[in-house]
Structure formats: C-alpha cells, structure tokens
Design a protein around this ligand. Structure first.
Ligand code: GTP
Ligand code: MG
Ligand code: ZN
Length: 371
C-alpha cells in the first residue's frame, strides 16, 4: 500500500516540470526574469523609476529561471500564470517521435484557423519556437531532410503552446516533452521527471516494425511503453491509479499502405478528415479498427496503455507520408511528401483533456472498447 499523498501544492503554486520543485510564480526573487546572453543568463530587475512601457519592452522574450536542485534552468515566462498541460511523448529509439511531433505542431499552427472557434493557439515562448522551427520544422517539412535522433540532455520542453480554450474558459500552457527513446529503456527514472506530472501521453510505436521484407513481421518488437506506464501509475496523486488520457500512434504508417491483403491502414491513411472537428467523430471507429489490426499482426504489447483505465484512442499516422528510398538516405523523396493524419491524435488528446468539447464519436459496429 502506498502512503496517502499529502503534498498537494496550494493553488497558486506551480510544479516545475523539469525538476519537480514547487514554485511560487509571484516570487521574482525565487524565480527571476532573465535573458540569455553569450556570458550567461542576465537577471532583469525593474529600476525604481522605470516606466511600465520600458520595463515591458526590456522583458520581452525573457524567461523565468528556476534554481532547480543546483542545476538552474529556464521556463517560459508565463508558464506559471497559465494552467499547465504537460504532454509526454513515449516510445523506443527511432520509433518516429520527433518527426511526428514536428509534423503535428506545424500542422496545428497552419490549420489553427479551422479550429479557431474552439481554441486560440499561439506559441508560448519565442525562443522555443525559433529553435523548433530552425532545427525541426524547416529542415523536415520544407527541405524534406531526415532529422537526427534526439540528443540526451536535461529534459526540457521541445515546444510549448498558449492555448485559450472556449470549453474551459481558461488559457493553458501546453508543453511537449520529446526525449531520446533510450530513456525509456532504463529502469532509472532520472531522465523522465516530466512523466511524473504528465497530464496526457502520446505513445509512439513504429509501424514499420510490423513489416518484415515483403510481408508481416512474426516477432514484433516491444515499443518501450512499460517504463512510462509504471512511472505514471506510481506517481499519480489521485491514488486511484487512473492514468492520464493517452493516444497510441502507429507512426510510419506509410510503409503499411497497401501491404498484402490487409487494407485497414490504406483505408484510414487515405481519408482526409482531420481538418474539420465534425469529422473527428470517426475517432472511435479508427481506434477499434487499429486495435484489431494490431492484435491481428502480433502487436498486443502496443496496446498496454489500454489496460491503464484511462481514456485512450489509437491512430495511424505518417509524418512524411512517404518512405525513404534506401535505409541510410538523408532526405525523403519529394514525390508524395506530406504529413498524413498527424493532427487527429493531438485533437483527440485535447478533447480527452477537456480543452475541446468531448467529441461525440460514431457508434462503431462492435461495443465500444476504447475511450
Ligand atoms: N517511412 C517513414 N519513416 C519515418 C517517418 N518518421 C520518421 N521516419 C524514420 O524513422 C527514423 C527515426 O525517427 P525519429 O523521429 O528521429 O525517431 P525518435 O523516436 O524521435 O528517435 P529518438 O530520438 O532516437 O528516440 C527517422 O530517421 C526516419 O528515417 C515516417 O513518417 N515515415
Ligand atoms: Mg527523437
Ligand atoms: Zn525547476
């Protein structure tokens, strides 16, 4: 039995998603506003007679510095003023987490006008946005380059959004963590502190692992979800062991398109129904189809998140839309390039976490098993 959890933070305290300390966001002494300079972080303080406009101008682009446990780190300046929603990407090395997140964010920002009635979406932090676009979005989506594996380091937001939701009536700081898959292989949880406060999870499994040569793989690899599920279960504060809402995304689904006589992936990947919220109602049917598909092809381990008692939807997606011509190619082919169905998992998560209205999903032919 675990001891009752008594350490709930008071309402105005924020948990730092990097070091898990409780922060008082109103305390500028504890959490100074800083700007990065070549010589290191420069702490900003308002002069006694400094006019408001000048102070605001000087603090544009500043961040808040958390002392951590001796390893200071920078958080988006408004993070603690908004309602945080921490999203963790989980999955083994090279399953396609980074390409998926890149395509997902870029697609969300491009198509934000389509969901503008429900969500107002902006980047939360200029520095994160610039880095994400320079290092990921432009190389991958404009130049079709294959991105490198994610480097180890202190986990920090890969991206963060400011999302004003009509449904909640509040503005949320939605932050995404994307760490190297190797962190989910070890039985040390040092490298994934954010999973202890995650509000939603994107489980990523490599669709191409279902393939072997010209047919199906008879020994499908473990997608590396166990570590995260254990951590989530043991750190939930509600004591009921209920895990946060999650999506399971079968990435690189382009390689399964048209394989053998199973046309499940072809049918779903060919649908262009991710731009309109009304069309999201087919989510349940896709989940049921995808769950049956994964069982049929020996990937039961990929469905472990369903055992968690949380809401889960399952999706087929492809970040590139096309496969690389050869194993060690550094660019994707131009022909046919383009993300497919990368937005649906994120919109499903937004619905399950309450930022979007609960999607009234299609009745499937069989009784609902998921969500
Ligand atoms: N066919 C196809 N290949 C993809 C797709 N997305 C990624 N890949 C390939 O999969 C490899 C791994 O993708 P990443 O996104 O770097 O995987 P990751 O899970 O972030 O890997 P780590 O950062 O090492 O944990 C890439 O180098 C690409 O070759 C896709 O949509 N389709
Ligand atoms: Mg990566
Ligand atoms: Zn911290």
């Amino acid at each position: 039995m675990t001891a009752p959890f008594t350490g709930y933070p008071a309402r105005d305290l924020t948990i730092c998603p990097y070091c898990l300390n409780q922060l008082d966001w109103s305390d500028y002494g504890e959490l100074p506003l800083v700007k990065e300079t070549p010589e290191g972080p420069d702490v900003l303080t308002r002069g006694p007679d400094e006019p408001e406009t000048r102070w605001r101008h000087r603090t544009l682009g500043a961040m808040r510095q958390c002392r951590g446990n001796g390893e200071p780190h920078l958080l988006p300046a408004d993070y603690g003023d908004l309602e945080p929603l921490v999203i963790g990407l989980v999955g083994d090395t090279a399953t396609g987490k980074t390409h998926l997140l890149t395509a997902m964010i870029a697609q969300l920002e491009r198509r934000r006008s389509l969901i503008a009635r429900e969500l107002r979406i902006e980047p939360l932090d200029g520095r994160l946005r610039q880095r994400f676009y320079d290092e990921r979005v432009r190389p991958f989506l404009e130049r079709h380059e294959v991105l490198g594996g994610t480097r180890p380091g202190q986990p920090e937001f890969a991206y963060a959004l400011r999302v004003a939701s009509r449904q909640t009536g509040r503005t949320h700081a939605v932050g995404f963590f994307d760490v190297p898959g190797e962190h989910y292989r070890r039985y040390s949880y040092e490298d994934t502190p954010f999973m202890s406060v995650a509000d939603a999870v994107i489980y990523v499994a490599d669709g191409s692992a279902l393939r072997s040569g010209g047919g199906w793989n008879s020994w499908v690899p473990d997608p590396g979800f166990t570590h995260a599920i254990t951590q989530l279960r043991q750190t939930r504060a509600d004591g009921a062991g209920r895990l946060p809402p999650a999506v399971i995304v079968v990435t690189k689904s382009d390689v399964l398109d048209g394989l053998d006589d199973d046309d499940t992936v072809t049918r779903w990947l060919g649908r262009k129904d991710e731009s309109d919220l009304d069309d999201l109602r087919s989510m349940l049917r896709e989940s049921v189809d995808a769950g049956a598909f994964l069982r049929r092809h020996g990937a039961e381990l990929w469905l472990d998140p369903l055992e968690s008692g949380s809401q889960v939807t399952i999706h087929f997606a492809s970040a590139s839309g096309v496969s690389k011509p050869v194993q060690d190619a550094t660019v994707f082919p131009d022909e046919g390039f383009g993300p497919k169905r990368v937005l649906r998992p994120l919109l499903s998560l937004f619905s399950m976490t309450g930022l979007l209205p609960r999607i009234d999903m299609d009745e499937p032919d069989e009784p609902p098993q998921f969500y």
